[in-house]
Design a protein around this ligand. Structure first.
Ligand SMILES: [Zn+2]
Length: 106
C-alpha cells in the first residue's frame, strides 16, 4: 500500500508513521500482508480501524493507495484508491482510537 501523509510518503521507519508521519517510535503492524511502520500502537489501531471501515463501505478487499491529510485534532480528509477507483472520506477518531466521525465525500 502506498501511503501519503500530509504530502509526504509514509509507512516505513525512514519516512514516518503511516497515519501521522511522525518518525519517532518503533511499532509495526501487518496490514494486508505488508509490515507498516507506526509511531505508536495508538496510531496503528486508528489506522486498522480506518482501513476496516473503508473496506466495509467500498467492499474492496485491499487498498492500493491512501492519501491522508490532517491530524488527530482537525480530523483527516483522505482518498483511498483501488484498481483505478477512488473513495474520498473524512475521518475523526475518538480518544480510544475508535472512529468518532466518518463521512463519505464526493
Ligand atoms: Zn503516528
Amino acid at each position: 500500500m502506498k501511503i501519503i501523509v500530509n504530502g509526504k510518503e509514509a509507512g516505513t521507519k525512514d519516512k514516518g508513521c503511516a497515519l501521522c508521519g511522525a518518525t519517532w517510535g518503533e511499532y509495526y503492524e501487518e496490514i494486508d500482508g505488508e509490515k507498516l511502520f507506526f509511531c505508536c500502537d495508538y496510531c496503528a489501531l486508528e489506522f486498522v480501524n480506518m482501513v476496516k471501515e473503508v473496506k466495509k463501505r467500498t467492499n474492496w478487499n485491499k487498498i492500493d493507495e491512501l492519501i491522508i491529510n490532517g491530524n488527530y485534532y482537525t480530523g483527516r480528509t483522505c482518498t483511498a484508491k483501488n484498481e483505478g477507483k477512488e473513495y474520498k472520506y473524512y475521518v475523526k477518531f475518538n480518544d480510544e482510537a475508535g472512529i468518532d466521525t466518518f463521512k463519505e465525500l464526493t
